[in-house]
Design a protein around this ligand. Structure first.
Ligand code: SAH
Length: 244
């Protein structure tokens, strides 16, 4: 499928979602607690690959004196985020930025906290660690979620699927070694639960599919995208013990 077509369909499918990847408010708060930041401080924060703002909105509520830059490739997601921020009364502390996370126009050493849920994979994990690090001040903290094998021996079917979709998939031990090699110290790590995938992400996405199908009734690319979604969810249901 043509990339522009795929992007426009993906944006249309996901714009109405509260989140565009696995995770939950509880996961965001758990990661924030692990980060050890002073939650009352005047923190400078960026949420990169923010989508419609799942993490940025939780951070804005939890960090009352923080200023948050929410960056994403797609202005359509940022428009939704801005509406949600206004409804939550935090719009004055969130600014949006339609830029790729590997070319952020942010000053070096400027961030206390850099957040990215379900998104750093878009520029590659190792590459992302490298290009994002200069934005962090000394002692600044990065929080990311990343696709990870939970065991070193995944069945061939799921290994082949993810290695074709995302060859950087690896175990947590390997990911942590990559982090340390890129100059980060590990503060904490946890695994997203099946509920964070199914109840918070795949389930709500599936509920939007009938309306999406109707909006794109004569477009074979939409059927193709739905088939891709269905396959990914079916694989997750079968092999959820092997990755998160
Ligand atoms: N963090 C959100 C969205 C995750 S989905 C959440 O957890 O709900 C991944 C997001 O990354 C999408 O919103 C997509 O538009 C964005 N994205 C993809 N490539 C990007 C890039 N190069 N730079 C910034 N954002 C990107």
């Amino acid at each position: 499928m043509d990339e522009q077509k795929l992007f426009s369909l993906l944006v249309d499918l996901h714009r109405d979602g509260a989140r565009q990847g696995p995770g939950s408010e509880a996961d965001t708060l758990r990661a924030l607690a692990l980060s050890g930041v002073d939650e009352t401080g005047a923190l400078r924060v960026a949420d990169v690959g923010c989508g419609t703002g799942a993490a940025a909105l939780v951070l804005a509520q939890q960090l009352p004196n923080a200023r948050i830059t929410a960056a994403d490739l797609f202005q359509e997601f940022l428009d939704v985020l801005a509406e949600r921020a206004a409804a939550a009364g935090v719009a004055d502390r969130i600014s949006t930025l339609a830029e790729s996370m590997d070319a952020l126009p942010l000053a070096p050493d400027s961030l206390d906290l850099l957040w990215s849920e379900g998104a750093i994979y878009n520029i590659g994990f190792a590459n992302g660690l490298e290009v994002l690090r200069p934005h962090l001040r000394t002692g600044g903290v990065l929080a990311v979620s990343e696709l990870t094998w939970l065991r070193p021996d995944p069945p061939e079917e799921i290994r082949d699927f993810w290695e074709s979709q995302y060859p950087e998939i690896a175990t947590a031990a390997e990911k942590i070694a990559t982090l340390e090699g890129a100059g980060y110290d590990l503060l904490g790590y946890f695994t997203l639960s099946p509920s964070s995938w199914l109840d918070h992400y795949y389930g709500p996405t599936a509920q939007r599919l009938p309306a999406f199908r109707e909006r794109h009734a004569d477009e074979p690319e939409a059927d193709e995208l739905i088939a891709m979604e269905d396959r990914e969810v079916a694989l997750y249901r079968r092999f959820q013990d092997h990755y998160s």
